[in-house]
Write a protein that binds this ligand. Structure first.
Ligand SMILES: Nc1nc2c(c(=O)[nH]1)N[C@H]1C(S)=C(S)[C@@H](COP(=O)(O)O)O[C@H]1N2
Ligand SMILES: [Mo]
Length: 509
């Protein structure tokens, strides 16, 4: 076999592998049925904890990109290897359809084996088979030696056959890439699930609460800064896996296990039949930077956990519970903390979106984001404390949130009258916010900012606003005082392991 032929086959095989992945995506979208997902999950599960921790500390959210890219490369490589075998078979048998059929069957077996979904696997199989079929056709050029097949040595110098083969290879590769682009664009135009849900009919009770929050909000100049409520789609996300589990409400249930007076399972209909509340609850991730953006607030529809918990009569010696989600996530904290919690199935008046835990998630007042388990499936009452997913990786993020006042870029606006408006959010969990203090001279003098009205909700942020006359550049510092009169910690610390501390400082003007 000559260099040219081998090179050509590898290129075609790579195109077929890529088309196979695109074909799967076309059928499934970015969902757990997508063929890349099980491979990504395997990579995440097999990566040792210390490496995960180092990755989070050094590359942060880019860590997701790295393991997803590795998973893509692995699947393209596997599909490509099957396609290469198909192309060789075509050349050997001198029958392009034989190789195409073999590559299609092999790709289907692998895709079905990875995902467990035989029908969806046809998307990958057909796409790869078409590329192998067209790519394996003999050259249609009149040159006589083209009939001897791809394995024949290609004569020196440009001949009609070589040119024809090159042209077709290029055509097939470009065609496969076009298919990939069309698939991605086509799928995107269908829109993300979360956006589609945002148009769903609103619950009246939640709508009333959203109105109440709107009324309590502070008027600010910036259109880009969130008000009291973060819109769905802009609410931050933190997940251990790249692909959200898809759990239908009809298939969902929550089971209480472990140290109880007997296992108890609650299904979705039973859950939403319980007393309904619409609570404003703010979430903040322990892993975010001091002035980071993993802080958001929504109105959630759900039911209190306490009565359910009491009905199973928890008896464990540690008075602690392990909560588990459908994505394999788990976190452990005290039963007393859990009892204050809420089981939510609605967000901002619509169904809970897939990315926020559809159909049911936990909301724990005043504790770091990681306690708020999404896609909740099990609550196990324990006898001894065990580490949760993030605790195993060195974090201590199940406790109460630290107090913070944020000043994001979009909160800094120059008004028409030349004055500068500073605006942001402050959050201290269930301690609440008493005031936010702003300095425009690096901390020499302080002024109280205007605050949004207080709400009856136990665990909700406040908006703050301060307007001043600029005079050159200003070193702005903001700090909050919580509802117990304790000022935000001044000394700055990294997010790991217990959450970032310090005062947000910005140069303005
Ligand atoms: N099942 C499950 N629940 C989870 C997580 C997860 O990865 N899986 N991440 C946790 C973390 S670290 C945070 S900060 C919040 C974020 O919730 P959000 O994505 O709805 O903003 O969910 C928590 N609950
Ligand atoms: Mo988090």
């Amino acid at each position: 076999m000559t260099y040219v032929t081998e090179h050509r086959e590898v290129l075609l095989a790579a195109a077929a592998g890529t088309a196979g992945v695109a074909g799967s995506y076309l059928v499934t979208g970015w969902s757990p049925s997508f063929v890349v997902r099980p491979v990504d999950q395997a990579i995440v599960n097999l990566t040792p904890g210390p490496i995960v921790t180092v990755a989070i500390e050094t590359v942060g959210d880019a860590g997701h990109l790295i393991h997803v890219a590795m998973a893509f490369a692995a699947v393209v490589g596997l599909f490509g290897a099957i396609a290469l075998a198909g192309l060789r078979l075509s050349a050997h048998a001198d029958r392009p359809l034989v190789g195409a059929a073999a590559a299609g069957a092999g790709t289907w077996l692998l895709a079905a084996g990875l995902t467990g979904l035989s029908t969806q696997a046809l998307g990958a199989a057909l796409s790869a088979a078409v590329v192998v079929g067209i790519g394996g056709l003999p050259a249609s050029s009149p040159a006589p030696d083209s009939a001897s097949g791809d394995d024949a040595p290609v004569p020196e110098g440009p001949t009609g056959a070589v040119d024809a083969v090159r042209r077709r290879t290029l055509g097939v590769v470009v065609g496969a890439l076009g298919f990939v682009v069309a698939t991605v664009v086509g799928r995107r135009s269908i829109g993300a699930d979360d956006e589609a849900l945002a148009d769903a009919p609103r619950s009246e009770g939640a709508a009333a609460r959203l109105g109440e929050l709107e009324a309590a909000s502070l008027a600010v100049e910036s259109d880009d800064l969130h008000g009291m409520v973060s819109p769905i789609g802009e609410f931050y996300n933190v997940d251990i896996a790249e692909f959200d589990p898809r759990v239908a409400a009809t298939e969902w249930s929550l089971t209480f296990t472990g140290e109880t007076d007997g296992d108890r399972t609650v299904d979705f209909d039973e859950l939403i039949d319980r007393p309904v509340e619409h609570r404003a609850v703010t979430l903040r991730c322990v892993g975010e930077d001091l002035n980071g953006r993993k802080l958001d607030n929504a109105v959630w529809t759900g039911t209190p956990i306490r009565p359910l918990l009491e009905s199973v009569d928890p008896q464990g010696d540690c008075n602690c519970a392990m909560l588990r989600g459908e994505d394999g996530y788990y976190v452990q904290f005290p039963v007393d903390v859990l009892a204050e919690g809420f089981l939510a199935w609605g967000m901002n008046g619509t169904e809970l979106p897939p990315s926020h835990g559809h159909p049911v998630r936990v909301l724990i007042p005043g504790h770091w984001g990681e306690t708020n388990v999404k896609w909740l499936s099990e609550i196990e009452l324990l006898n001894v404390e065990e580490d949760g997913y993030w605790e195993e990786r060195g974090w201590e993020g199940t406790g109460e949130v630290k107090t913070v006042a944020k000043l994001w870029d979009e909160g800094i606006t120059e008004r028409g009258d030349g004055r500068i408006e500073l605006a942001g959010h402050a959050y201290a969990g269930t301690r609440g916010i008493e005031r936010v203090e702003v300095s425009t001279d690096g901390g020499d003098s302080w002024t109280d900012a205007a605050l949004s009205d207080s709400l009856p909700d136990a665990d909700v942020w406040h908006q703050w606003r301060h307007v001043f006359d600029p005079d050159g550049t200003h070193e702005v510092v903001v700090r909050a005082v919580d509802g117990e009169g304790t000022r935000q910690i001044r000394e700055s610390t990294d997010p790991s392991p217990t959450g970032s501390a310090g005062w947000v400082r910005r140069t303005v003007g």
